[in-house]
Design a protein around this ligand. Structure first.
Ligand code: PRX
Length: 642
């Protein structure tokens, strides 16, 4: 497959960029010609950000899996689509060619259908990083069901909330998942999540760890048994459901600054186009290259750049079950050497953590197959950027720093590998079709270069968030109401003298811990669930490896038990357990400081600005504290800082 829309040099980038901004409909409809449609569109773009209403390729009919699988069968049937590397390096890897993946997806589509799944139904997928996860996702898309993948690290309570919000009737899961030395009992977590749930009809369970599970009659079925039924009938094809361009493809829950996580909805056609286009252009994928994105499919990066983007481009995508530091910190380098990986796409947190092990684990692995390196999920500091460049890319691989979000579906700002210039810690220039602007607090555009502001996008790109599931108003308030007629990203950015963007981090109450989004309100709610916690306030602070750490200030009830070291540690453990139970281990605070009060205004609002400064180690310039109800509390908090 060659890509007629692949940008070949910087002149073409500027030319295509201009075309895409001058006439987005014309630009994207030309690209859309290179995809498989069951019926063509009558209107390329129809939008307003005030509702918001965003429609791309209205009138078109398609199924994304025909683009990811069927259309490659003629030329690439025997080309590896998915390479799977297991957690344990001594276990055999698996390779699924396009033909094999097609057959497996079709078979599992039958299983879904046989179990009652229909177009538009919501299917929650809670699995480890095994090929069956990819197969389940694609099979949902093939039958027209809306998948909602939940990351394997989330707790039963988090799953229960997501199941309820999506009104999901079906679940696909595993007995357990391997991650490094851990064996996580996923099915048992699902059982807990289903206590009191009256909506879920079927749970399909695949075998991975052979952890004992209890199967509930009539509700739970084994993946393998169901596949056998399909195999007995010799079924290897499944007609792809005809979907509207704007039908929802999936829901993915993500944290915001308020309330519970919201279900970001992406649609079929726009998402397909944009993930494919950005995959091919940002990474400059060439047919035959092996692309290794280290994310988990439970996050948007896995959806867009392990599955949909690469597969729609007919690429070979590598999926890894384990963690970068097990059995040792050379695991990524070992995988790159073993499969002769050409593109490595990972998070700054992973780079920083591997840097900490020194060069020992890197040595002895041949990394010469690498052509392109990428980062995603959080700002990359210069030190990590240079280490990646020097020791992994050996100074011959362009590094793409890709900025985007769950809501954007695909990469919005990034250099294009080897085509547009890179600059350490800068995401640099927008992709064609993306019109970023900076605004001040009042929404006034900040023009020119060498400026900073809040990052907004002026017009829709094909994979713009369409709605938040079940609550369109929330989508409007969160993203389209802060500044009228603009999509607000929640990020701050600066634009340098060349017009390059550098993302400086969130400007709202959302933390970015190891590249994962966590709302401070969400963590506070979880901490407050602890019977003896009166109130808490959570802020972020700079963390050498995770980018941001979670700092919790907690008012604990009762005797001053927390004053003795041993007891304080016990209470901290208890709070950690509560947070793990309510959200998942990823949201556990790194630091918990017990306080007798929180800095509040007279109207009762917590002054997070002050807490943030204290957590960051600032003791002097805390700003005006005279408006506080009890300014004395600040001194106490400062003195007790961890
Ligand atoms: O703050 C930005 C940060 O991650 C946020 C989006 O998080 P999420 O929806 O979980 O998606 C992560 C993977 C796309 C953004 O609002 N972020 C993402 N990429 C970068 C980044 N910050 C700086 N540089 C990046 N390259």
């Amino acid at each position: 497959m060659s890509y007629p829309y692949q940008i070949k040099n910087i002149e073409q980038y500027h030319h295509d960029y201009k075309r895409s901004i001058d006439d987005p409909a014309e630009f994207w409809s030309t690209i859309a010609e290179h995809f498989t449609w069951k019926k063509k569109w009558h209107t390329t773009l129809n939008w307003n950000f005030s509702e918001p209403k965003i429609e791309w390729f209205k009138g078109a009919k398609l199924n994304i899996t025909e683009n990811c699988l069927d259309r490659h069968l003629e030329k690439f049937a025997d080309t590896p689509a998915l390479i799977w590397e297991p957690n344990d390096p001594d276990e055999h890897h698996r390779i699924l060619t396009y033909r094999k993946l097609y057959e497996k997806v079709c078979q599992f589509s039958h299983v879904l259908k046989n179990n009652g799944v229909k177009k538009g139904d919501r299917v929650c997928i809670y699995m480890g990083m095994i090929p069956e996860l990819a197969i389940a996702v694609l099979a949902c898309a093939r039958v027209g069901a809306i998948h909602s993948v939940v990351f394997g690290g989330f707790s039963a309570q988090s799953i229960a909330d997501r199941l309820y919000d999506a009104q999901a009737e079906y679940i696909v899961t595993c007995d357990g998942a391997y991650r490094g030395q851990k064996d996580i009992p996923l099915k048992s977590v699902i059982d807990d999540a289903l206590i009191g749930n009256r909506i879920v009809k079927k749970v399909i369970v695949t075998t991975r760890t052979r952890t004992p599970v209890s199967m509930i009659k009539g509700r739970d079925v084994w993946w393998e048994d169901e596949i056998k039924k399909v195999e007995t009938l010799g079924l290897t094809d499944f007609p792809a459901e005809e979907m509207d361009a704007e039908d929802p493809l999936f829901i993915l829950y993500t944290s915001g600054s308020t309330g519970k996580p919201k279900g970001v909805v992406h649609s079929c056609a726009g998402y397909m186009l944009f993930t494919t286009y950005t995959f091919v252009n940002v990474f400059q994928y060439q047919q035959g290259d092996i692309h290794f994105c280290t994310a988990d499919i439970g996050w948007i990066t896995g959806h867009s750049y392990i599955l949909y983007g690469p597969l729609s481009a007919g690429a070979t995508t590598l999926m890894f079950e384990g963690v970068p530091t097990w059995p040792d910190a050379g695991r990524f380098w070992n995988i790159i050497d073993k499969f002769k990986v050409n593109i490595l796409y990972t998070a700054p947190t992973a780079i920083r953590s591997l840097m900490g092990f020194g060069l020992g684990p890197v040595h002895g692995h041949d990394l010469s197959s690498l052509k392109v390196l990428g980062t995603v999920g959080e700002p990359i500091n210069e030190e990590a950027w240079h280490w990646y460049d020097e020791h992994i890319g050996k100074k011959k691989c362009p590094i793409v720093d890709t900025w985007w979000q769950t809501e954007t579906g695909g990469i919005l700002i990034s250099n294009l590998a080897g085509i547009t210039p890179a600059k350490a810690s800068y995401a640099t220039l927008p992709l064609p079709g993306v019109h970023p602007i900076l605004v001040d607090e009042n929404g006034k555009e900040v023009e020119g270069n060498n400026v900073s502001g809040n990052l907004c996008i002026k017009s829709p790109w094909p994979s713009t968030i369409r709605t938040t599931y079940g609550d369109h108003e929330r989508c409007k308030t969160n993203y389209f109401a802060t500044y009228p007629d603009l999509y607000f990203t929640g990020d701050g950015a600066l634009r340098d003298e060349n017009g390059f963007y550098r993302i400086t981090g969130r400007v709202d109450d959302v933390l970015n811990v190891s590249g994962h989004r966590i709302g401070t309100a969400e963590v506070e709610n979880a901490i407050n669930m602890h019977a003896n916690v009166v109130e808490s306030a959570v802020v972020g602070y700079p963390h050498d490896i995770k980018g941001q750490g979670i700092y919790a200030f907690v008012i604990y009830q009762g005797s001053h038990a927390q004053n003795t070291h041993g007891t304080a540690e016990m209470i901290r453990k208890d709070i950690h357990q509560t947070v793990s139970r309510i959200i998942g281990a990823i949201a556990k605070p790194d630091k918990i400081q017990f306080v007798s009060g929180l800095p509040k205004t007279r109207s009762g609002k917590i002054m997070r600005r002050i807490l943030r400064k204290i957590a960051e180690g600032e003791t002097e310039n805390l700003g005006d504290i005279s408006t506080l109800l009890d300014p004395g509390v600040v001194e106490e908090i400062k003195n007790g800082k961890l």
